[in-house]
Design a protein around this ligand. Structure first.
Ligand SMILES: Nc1ncnc2c1ncn2[C@@H]1O[C@H](COP(=O)(O)OP(=O)(O)O)[C@@H](O)[C@H]1O
Ligand SMILES: O=C(O)C(=O)C[C@H](O)[C@H](O)COP(=O)(O)O
Length: 341
């Protein structure tokens, strides 16, 4: 019977300090035809890598935080591509199990006149076999943040048990548990997802949710109403795309920060980038306004670049804008982002 193995990570010598952030979730190879070319007639596809939680890990690593992505991939070329891609962003991948008995998941984009449809080939994937033991490695102890998303509980019963375990038993003692609701309608219906995601989110410390998904799941876009549905986390961040985002922190007035003006090249991954920026602000003990600003600024990098995991400018660029006077943010104009970075 073949057994799981762990990839070597030449760039991470033994004895490194413990990770600051662990993220857990599935990452897949992404196949995408040329823009506007329907999949049915495509003769060529571009191959890339995508996964919400490894995207968050990648942005955090690029912002200078020691981050580990915890997952499973198949012992196949796509699994090796995923590991190489995530490691290239500076993320530790020594917590990724290579499973010789299940494939790496795949998602395929189908550009059409009404937008891009997504087809998943991830049922039965190696990552769908994650379970509560996935978080048992002592190397994860001491992480300040464990970041999860609502994609994982939709993957399989064992993945749902993993997320239940993470939010209830808190295996990473002392870590703050962060949860991006990330409802994926291709994985489960809103009726199935709504109570599960609400219950899981309520057991976390920090929750990110888009107004669009709050409406789909729970029938409201109002940040205060969302907060009433999620009373237990210390902080709920409600995002409203191009408009802005609100942080509702327990025992404090809600804080709203408008999103900067940007010229969107490709919207996929903006939510992951936002979560990473907010978490970087939290790790640096910034106040909620600055955390939201950092979220928007990292999201802006994702929006103005194609692909899920954009490069980020040096910290000094972020610092200047994060500390700018309030009127500079009403709203901040980043429409010439490429020139300013
Ligand atoms: N058109 C836009 N202009 C400026 N910022 C945007 C725009 N769309 C999204 N964002 C930024 O990306 C963040 C995440 O947006 P959201 O729509 O929730 O993304 P996703 O659907 O990828 O989760 C927003 O909070 C904001 O910072
Ligand atoms: O659907 C999944 O399972 C994925 O992980 C695919 C994507 O890479 C991210 O989810 C992007 O997410 P957004 O930041 O919300 O645009």
């Amino acid at each position: 019977m073949p057994t799981d193995s762990r990839p070597d990570q030449a760039s991470v010598p033994a004895g490194l300090p413990s990770v600051e952030v662990a993220t857990v979730g599935e990452t897949m190879v992404v196949l995408c035809p040329a823009p506007g070319e329907p999949l049915e007639h495509a003769e060529r596809v571009a191959v890339s890598v995508g996964g919400a939680e490894s995207n968050v890990a990648g942005y955090l690593a690029r912002l200078g935080h020691r981050t580990s992505w915890v997952s499973r991939v198949g012992d196949d070329p796509f699994g090796r591509a995923v590991i190489r891609h995530v490691a290239a962003a500076g993320v530790r991948v020594d917590q990724v199990c290579v499973d010789p008995t299940a494939p790496t998941g795949l998602y395929v984009k189908d550009p059409g006149p009404e937008g891009t449809a997504v087809h998943y080939y991830r049922a039965g994937s190696a990552a769908a076999r994650m379970d509560p033991a996935t978080l048992a490695d002592p190397a994860l102890a001491g992480a300040r943040v464990l970041h999860l998303s609502g994609i994982t509980p939709a993957l399989s019963a064992s993945c749902r048990a993993l997320v239940e375990h993470a939010v209830t038993d808190r295996p990473l003692v002392g870590s703050l548990v962060s949860f991006d609701v990330n409802h994926r309608a291709r994985l489960w219906s809103a009726e199935q997802a709504a109570p599960v995601l609400r219950d899981l989110a309520n057991r976390c410390d920090l929750v990110f949710v888009g107004q669009d998904e709050a409406e789909t799941l729970w029938g409201t876009t109002d940040p205060t109403a969302v907060r009433e549905l999620l009373p237990d986390p210390e902080t709920v961040v409600v995002k409203d795309g191009a408009v802005g985002a609100t942080a509702l922190v327990r025992d404090a007035e809600p804080v709203f920060v408008p999103a900067p003006r940007v010229t969107v090249v490709e919207p996929v991954g903006a939510g992951d980038a936002f979560a990473a920026g907010y978490l970087a602000g939290l790790l640096r003990d910034l106040d909620p306004t600055r955390r939201l600003r950092l979220g928007h600024l990292v999201a802006a990098q994702a929006l103005t670049s194609s692909g899920d995991n954009a490069p980020v400018p040096p910290w000094a660029w972020f610092e200047k804008l994060v500390d700018a006077p309030a009127d500079a943010w009403s709203p901040l104009d980043l429409t010439d982002l490429a020139a300013t970075t």
